[in-house]
Design a protein around this ligand. Structure first.
Ligand code: C5P
Length: 220
C-alpha cells in the first residue's frame, strides 16, 4: 500500500529547532536534532514521494532527492511554510518551533554593564505554524508532533483537537528517547484511534508513520 500511495505524492516536512536571536552572537534555542524529520523525509523519498524539507539549524546532510529549504527562526519557518503548503497533499510538522521570540533582537552584541546583577528579556508569541496550516481551506492532511516529558498521550490528544490536526505523533522526551537520540517510540493518534509503535530507530518509526498515514488517508 505505502509504495503505491506515496508514489509522486507531494509531502512538506518541517524539522529541527528554531533559533531566536537576541543579538548577533546569542540565541534562544532547543535540543531538537532534526533527526526524526530528516528520517521521514528520507524514507518518504525512497517510497517515491516528492519531498520538500524546511529545516531549522541542524547538522544533518540533505537526504538524497529531497528539496531542502534552510531557515533559522520560527518567523522564517512560517514564511517558508506559507509559500509551500498549498502545493502539498500532506504536511508533517516535526520541527520543535520556539513558542516565543525576542520582542526586539539587538543589532549589536548586548554588553553587560558594570555592577549589573540581572537581565530581563521581553518575549513575544511566535505564530503557531501547524495550527495555521490546519485552518486553511483547502488544506493538506496535517500531522503534528507532541514531544513531552510527562502525560504524553493526554497532552497530545489535547493538541490534536486544539490545533485541528488530522494526526499527532506523541513522543516521550528523555530516557534516551526523542530529542538528540537515534531511537524513538511514537504513538500515532487520530480522532478516536491510538496506535502505539514499539521503540526503534527513527528510520523505522518514519516507515511505520508513513504506512499509517497512507492507511488513514486511504480509509477516509
Ligand atoms: O504546542 P506544541 O509546541 O507542543 O505543539 C507541537 C506541534 O506544533 C509540533 O507539530 C510543532 O511542529 C507545531 N508547532 C508549530 N508552530 C509553533 C509551535 C508548535 O508548528 N509555533
Amino acid at each position: 500500500l505505502a509504495n503505491v500511495f506515496w508514489k509522486d505524492k507531494k509531502l512538506l516536512i518541517t524539522a529541527g529547532p528554531t533559533f531566536e536571536d537576541l543579538d548577533p552572537v546569542r540565541f534562544l534555542g532547543n535540543r531538537s536534532s532534526g533527526k526524526m524529520g530528516f528520517a521521514i523525509a528520507e524514507q518518504a523519498q525512497k517510497l517515491g514521494a516528492q519531498v520538500t524539507l524546511i529545516a531549522g539549524p541542524v547538522n544533518l546532510p540533505t537526504p538524497q532527492g529531497v528539496e531542502r529549504i534552510d531557515v533559522r527562526s520560527a518567523r522564517q519557518m512560517f514564511a517558508a511554510v506559507q509559500q509551500c503548503y498549498a502545493q502539498n497533499a500532506i504536511f508533517i510538522s516535526a520541527a520543535a518551533v520556539a513558542d516565543f521570540a525576542l520582542a526586539q533582537s539587538s543589532e549589536q552584541k548586548i554588553k553587560k554593564q558594570a555592577g549589573q546583577e540581572g537581565l530581563t528579556l521581553e518575549l513575544v508569541k511566535n505564530p503557531d505554524i501547524v495550527a495555521w496550516v490546519a485552518e486553511q481551506k483547502p488544506k493538506p492532511f496535517v500531522v503534528g508532533f507532541a514531544a513531552e516529558t510527562q502525560n504524553v498521550i493526554g497532552y497530545a490528544q489535547d493538541k490534536l483537537q486544539r490545533k485541528k490536526l488530522d494526526m499527532i505523533c506523541a513522543n516521550q522526551v528523555g530516557e534516551n528517547l526523542g530529542f538528540e537520540s537515534d531511537e524513538n517510540r511514537l504513538t500515532l493518534i487520530t480522532a478516536g484511534v491510538e496506535k502505539a509503535l514499539t521503540t526503534s530507530s527513527k528510520s523505522q518509526q518514519a516507515v511505520e508513520l508513513l504506512d499509517y498515514i497512507a492507511e488513514v488517508i486511504e480509509a477516509s
